[in-house]
Design a protein around this ligand. Sequence first.
Ligand SMILES: O=C(O)[C@H](O)[C@@H](O)[C@H](O)[C@H](O)COP(=O)(O)O
Length: 262
Amino acid sequence: MTAATPQLVVHRDKELMAQAAAARLITRIVDAQAARGTASVVLTGGRNGNALLAAIAASPARDAVDWARLDLWWGDERFLPSADPERNAVQARAELLDAVPLDPARVHEMPASDGVDGSDVDAAAARYAQELAKAAGPGDRGGVPAFDVLLLGVGPDTHVASLFPEHPGVRETELTVIGVRGAPKPPPTRISLTLPAIRAAREVWLLAAGEDKAGAVAVALSGPGELQAPASGAHGTGRTLWLLDRAAASQLPPQLYPPASA
Ligand SMILES: O=C(O)[C@H](O)[C@@H](O)[C@H](O)[C@H](O)COP(=O)(O)O
């Protein structure tokens, strides 16, 4: 087994998956902070990503995290005005970030369409790539920090972040952050980390719950390649973990279904 080999955990339903993922993430952050005095996490948009944040907000264990020593980044963002309720960062703040004592300087939102770059999504993406490069340490590779955990929701078409099947972004091998136009999932204009940036993370956790994800999970784990199934190209340098509920795991071939999960 290598770090890219997907490890699967299947929970009873999406509510339990969010709670269990929240407990897992709190523990991972606490361990990283105990070992290195800091931690870095990449957040994802979408229902499962937001449910995880809400579960952390509701968890008494959340106070075990030294929030001031946590760097937060985003895997993708909808390129909208900064206060737009459709922005992943706006939703993350509502679910959790505004309730915990983060260091604002360590919360790295992706640029908005009413920011310094105006409507130039490519310039905005380049700006975020510079911010990542500045945060990268001497031992980090590829111009991004070695994130402790990079979260990804999985779309019903197997997209992750804003990397969609057969779209240019999934082919990007040099840039760490790109502008995305014509995204099949609205809104059409987005900013996204690329697969090389995603793969710099120590751990990549993919979240998928619900019957509508069962096909995507089965396809992504059957190995068609990242161009057809971007989720299949998302793996960490130390661990690749799929956090599922039974409905999203319902089309997995028996040999991939984990022996015991609750
Ligand atoms: O900006 C976004 O929309 C997300 O980052 C996107 O990649 C999301 O994670 C998936 O589409 C899954 O979304 P759900 O969890 O809502 O199905």
